[in-house]
Structures are given as structure tokens and as C-alpha cells.
Design a protein around this ligand. Sequence first.
Ligand SMILES: Cc1cc2nc3c(=O)[nH]c(=O)nc-3n(C[C@H](O)[C@H](O)[C@H](O)COP(=O)(O)OP(=O)(O)OC[C@H]3O[C@@H](n4cnc5c(N)ncnc54)[C@H](O)[C@@H]3O)c2cc1C
Length: 273
Amino acid sequence: MHILVCVKQVPDTKNAKLDPVTHNLDRRSTTAITNPYDTHAVEEAVRLKERYGGSVTVLTMGPPQAVSTMKHCVQLGADRAFIISDRAFAGADTLATSYSLACAIEKITREVAPVDLVVCGKMTIDGDTGQVGPGIARRLDIPPLTGIIKIESIDPSTGEIVVHRKLDDGYEILKSQLPCLITVDKSINQVRRASMPNMIRAARFNPVMWSVKDIEGIDTTKLGLKGSPTIVSKVFPPPKPQGGKKIEGSVAEQVKEIANLLMARPEWIKKKA
Ligand SMILES: Cc1cc2nc3c(=O)[nH]c(=O)nc-3n(C[C@H](O)[C@H](O)[C@H](O)COP(=O)(O)OP(=O)(O)OC[C@H]3O[C@@H](n4cnc5c(N)ncnc54)[C@H](O)[C@@H]3O)c2cc1C
């Protein structure tokens, strides 16, 4: 089975600062990391390889420094890695991103091996739209199964896959046919510690780097800012919540004060239907 995982390098938003003038993310204020959802996507692909055999390919669209993220994926057990990197990809919204990645997946299918399963993270921690996975599936004309928390079984002889999905109000068990695309939630697995042999392999590993001219038939009008209908018109920090009152004193005093406040503002009390 040939499993392909789409992995994005993102700024570590935990320590990130916004540029006080443009309010854009100041990328110098933080380090670049592998999108956390995607580490679980790579981990799940490696576990499927251990269960059903085959190989794991990772793919990213990003700047040349995304090499560190590809090496991280090799540490986790990926077998090969491709980076599509070109100024023409810069400023892409999700439509342009999914198009670029789908073209690269078609090239990998032609030149490496047909892809049986595409695995994406449910979302990134920077753009966090969750749109790229389903966008890629649409372009490759394969079924998208999103928010997956468990892969119950894959029958290589029939191509049937059974997965579990978490919904806001419950769970669903879905059956589909390979090739398909899944997006995974972080709860699907625990990422294991990298093994020594994989650490050594990653240290010497160089991913394949493709620019636009390496991807035959790609339509450059659909790439990057040029190919992106979404325009970020303004970025601003959310307004800080105003007011608010600290309730102090004994429990009884606090309860009494809250009751008085609520009585004074009946519109705060949700009426039972
Ligand atoms: C703060 C912010 C807000 C943004 N808002 C929007 C918006 O509203 N609309 C819009 O169209 N664009 C938006 N963008 C741009 C968007 O982030 C990029 O298009 C990005 O490449 C993909 O979108 P995402 O980060 O939301 O990915 P998601 O759709 O959340 O990613 C889902 C999965 O797709 C795969 N994936 C995503 N990007 C890549 C990649 N470059 N390489 C490999 N795999 C990848 C990963 O498996 C990832 O887990 C925003 C960017 C930022 C930083």
C-alpha cells in the first residue's frame, strides 16, 4: 500500500508575536514546526505501513527551510519526501494550495507509485481552515473522509476501508473505497518516540525538491497569490473583552451578589423553551 501524507510547516504559534504595525504574524519571533495534526497523520500512516506493508511518502508545499519538517517526518518513519517550493506558490489561499498539492500528488503517482491513501491533518494551527484536505480530494476525484479518530480496517484485496469519525454530538462509522483521502484528528494516536535508526537516516536524508517547472501540466494562473480568490483585506487583533466584575467574599456572599446581579439583568437568564 502506498500512503501519501500532506504535511505543513507552521510557525510555533505558542510563542508567536504579531507585528505591531501590520498585525501580521512576525515569523522571526518564533520557530517553524511540523503542524501538530500532521505529526499524527504521519504516525498513523507509519502504523498502517506496519499493519499492511507498503511505504509512506510525505509531501509539503513550502519554503526551502521546510527540509527540517521533512527530516522530522523521516524520524517518525516516512520513507520518502517531496517539497514543492517556488516563489510562484507564495501567498496561496486554500484553493491554490489544494491545487498545487493535487498536481504534485499526480506527479508522484506517475513517477513513484499509484497512491492508495492520502492522509492530511484535520487542520493547521495557523490558517486552521480545514479546507485543504477536502480540496485535494475534490481535485483528485476521490472520497474525502474528514475528522477521523480511528482506522478500523483496510481490506487490500477489495480496497474497502472502515473508519470512525467524531462529530459534535456523537460518532460515525464510515465505509469507503481506496483510493480515498482522510483527514485525522490528534486523538487518532499517540506519536511514538523516533527510533535511533530513523534518527540516523533523517540526519543524512535529503528530500526531493520540485519547482513549478518540474510539475508537468501545472496551470501557473492557479498558483499562489495570483490563483487565490481569497484576499486578506485586514488583519487585526480581536478586541479585548471589556468590563467584567470580580466577585469576592465568602461563598454565601458571592452567591448572594451573583443572584442580585442576575436579578438586575433578567436578559442574562436563559429562558427554558
Ligand atoms: C492567519 C491565517 C488565516 C488564513 N485564512 C485563510 C482563509 O480564510 N482562507 C484561505 O483560503 N486561506 C487562508 N489562509 C491561507 C492558508 O493558510 C493557506 O492557504 C494554507 O496553505 C492552507 O490553509 P490552512 O493553513 O487553513 O490549511 P488546512 O486546510 O487547515 O490544512 C489541513 C491539512 O492540509 C494539509 N496542508 C495544508 N497546507 C499544506 C501545505 N502547504 N503543504 C502540505 N500540506 C498542507 C495538511 O495535512 C493540513 O493538516 C490563512 C493563513 C493564515 C496564516
